[in-house]
Design a binder for this molecule. Structure first.
Ligand code: KIV
Ligand code: NA
Length: 265
């Protein structure tokens, strides 16, 4: 199967074909969703929450993200693989930021990186793009800035913040970003931004007007019961499936039903 490129995502936008994206952090999951022909996979720093169990995305390191991305690269042969630059790696020192981005691309084998933040780090973003690294810019709710916001609530609700967000999106397009990720903003704003930029927008809690949609894999598969934001749709109940399977295994071991003769040497 042929690899999906950033150029193809742009063509999908031009043709009005919506872009499907999920997160993944390991080889097995990546192989499954790649086999189902997802368009792109984001190796999100949400791994800090879903894989490590941290409260926020702040503690995860560049080395940890490189490891998760390597696993996904090994599992997915078709989808475009975009990996998050973690907190602190792109933050106002363009040369340092470029060095971190180069390490990520070289050591993980991912196709592109995603960076949280707009005009405040425009020099960093420009330097990275100018070095030939494809960048998706993550705006709206930025979980790496949770300590600044103090809330995971919807962003861009007032005119001032909405205007700044639109301005940032236009600037990022101008700098050469290949895509935008818009998290938790009003659907009218998500649609307006998507209409005003020529690069693809991928939304999470940003309404139906964005060019694509992304969700976190554990949420989509129903693996965690304690996270139910309005924007989430669960497509499976793996929590129940896995709990049931575990209980059946325990029972069979306790009752000496496993292994049987056919399962023994
Ligand atoms: O870390 C993450 O999972 C993300 C999603 C919004 C894709 O950034
Ligand atoms: Na992220």
């Amino acid at each position: 199967k042929k690899k999906i490129t950033t150029l193809q995502l742009k063509k999908m936008k031009q043709n009005g074909e919506k872009i499907s994206v999920l997160t993944a952090y390991d080889y097995t999951m990546a192989k499954i969703i790649d086999g189902a022909e997802i368009d792109a996979i984001i190796v999100g720093d949400s791994a800090s929450n879903t894989m490590i169990g941290n409260e926020t995305t702040l503690p995860i390191s560049l080395d940890q993200m490189i490891n998760y991305a390597t696993s996904v690269v090994n599992g997915a042969k078709r989808a475009l693989i975009i990996v998050d630059m973690p907190f602190g790696t792109v933050s106002g020192d363009p040369l340092k930021s470029l060095q971190a981005a180069i390490r990520m691309m070289r050591e993980s084998g991912a196709d592109a990186i995603k960076i949280e933040g707009g005009s405040e780090i425009k020099e960093d973003i420009k330097k990275i793009i100018d070095a030939g690294i494809p960048v998706m810019v993550h705006l709206g709710l930025m979980p790496q800035s949770i300590n600044k916001y103090g809330t995971y609530g919807v962003r861009g609700k007032d005119k001032e913040e909405a205007d700044k967000l639109l301005e940032d999106c236009l600037l990022m397009e101008q700098l050469g970003a290949f895509g935008l990720l818009l998290e938790k903003i009003p659907s009218t704003l998500g649609e307006e931004i998507s209409n005003k930029v020529s690069i693809p927008t991928i939304g999470i809690g940003a309404g139906s007007g964005t060019d694509g949609q992304v969700l976190v894999i554990q949420d989509v598969m129903g693996m965690n019961k304690d996270f139910s934001p309005k924007f989430l749709r669960r497509y499976a109940d793996l929590h129940s499936v896995m709990t049931e399977a575990t209980k059946n295994f325990i029972n069979d071991v306790k009752n000496k039903n496993f292994p049987n003769e056919q399962e023994s040497y």
